[in-house]
Design a protein around this ligand. Structure first.
Ligand code: FMN
Length: 183
């Protein structure tokens, strides 16, 4: 039987939205960030910069609610996580811009996504939970963290030890037959 260690981590991992009030050790954080640094990127542009937010007031600000369908919706768990990584892209090199323009793809989104997912999987292996966050007000995030104009906030990632009360949702996924075609 084929056994892939990384697949065990992928199967086990779930989005964590409840965290222990316990900081992440610096050496663990360094390993998690190192896994992002080593991620592949189109033209090896490495177009990322990661803002590591530990300050409680800033985490609170990052969890701000925004209107959606007549309701105010937010991610209150952001303030609960001891660390929030704000992943930004830019400045994008001419080569990267030109090549991705030709194929009509925003490669830098892919690059940031790969780097963040490296962090997610490495964190899980170290016993640290995480959750991707795509729901944020970019303008406010940039102002809060003093992010330069030529950097775009692509996504955020919460990191922290999983609270005992955190329950994984069922892995509700499409079947392999429905998402793969062979020829
Ligand atoms: C790009 C992206 C953005 C996401 N944004 C949010 C978010 O803003 N808030 C949230 O609670 N979860 C967010 N998620 C987590 C997804 O809801 C979650 O991955 C999905 O429901 C599958 O659940 P699982 O991660 O537990 O397997 C996001 C995930 C991705 C990949």
């Amino acid at each position: 039987m084929v056994n892939a260690k990384v697949l065990d981590i992928i199967k086990e991992r779930f989005s964590v939205r409840k965290y222990k009030d316990q900081p992440i050790e610096d050496d663990k954080l360094d390993v998690i960030l190192e896994s992002a640094r080593l991620a592949p990127s189109a033209t090896n542009a490495q177009p990322w910069h990661f803002y590591v937010v530990k300050d409680l007031e800033k985490r609170r600000a990052l969890s701000e609610k925004m209107p959606l369908g007549g309701k105010m919706v937010g991610n209150s768990f952001i303030a609960e996580a001891p660390i929030v990584v704000v992943a930004t892209a830019g400045p994008i090199s001419i080569l990267h811009k030109a090549a991705s323009f030709i194929v009509n793809k925003k490669w830098y989104y892919l690059d940031i996504a790969i780097a963040l997912e490296h962090m997610v999987l490495t964190a899980w292996e170290l016993g640290v939970g995480s959750c991707w966050v795509g729901w944020f007000n970019e303008k406010n995030v940039k102002r809060l963290l003093d992010i330069p104009k030529d950097r775009e906030v692509v996504a955020m990632l919460t990191l922290g030890y999983v609270a005992d009360s955190a329950v994984p949702r069922p892995k509700n996924r499409k079947k392999l037959d429905d998402i793969v075609s062979y020829s």
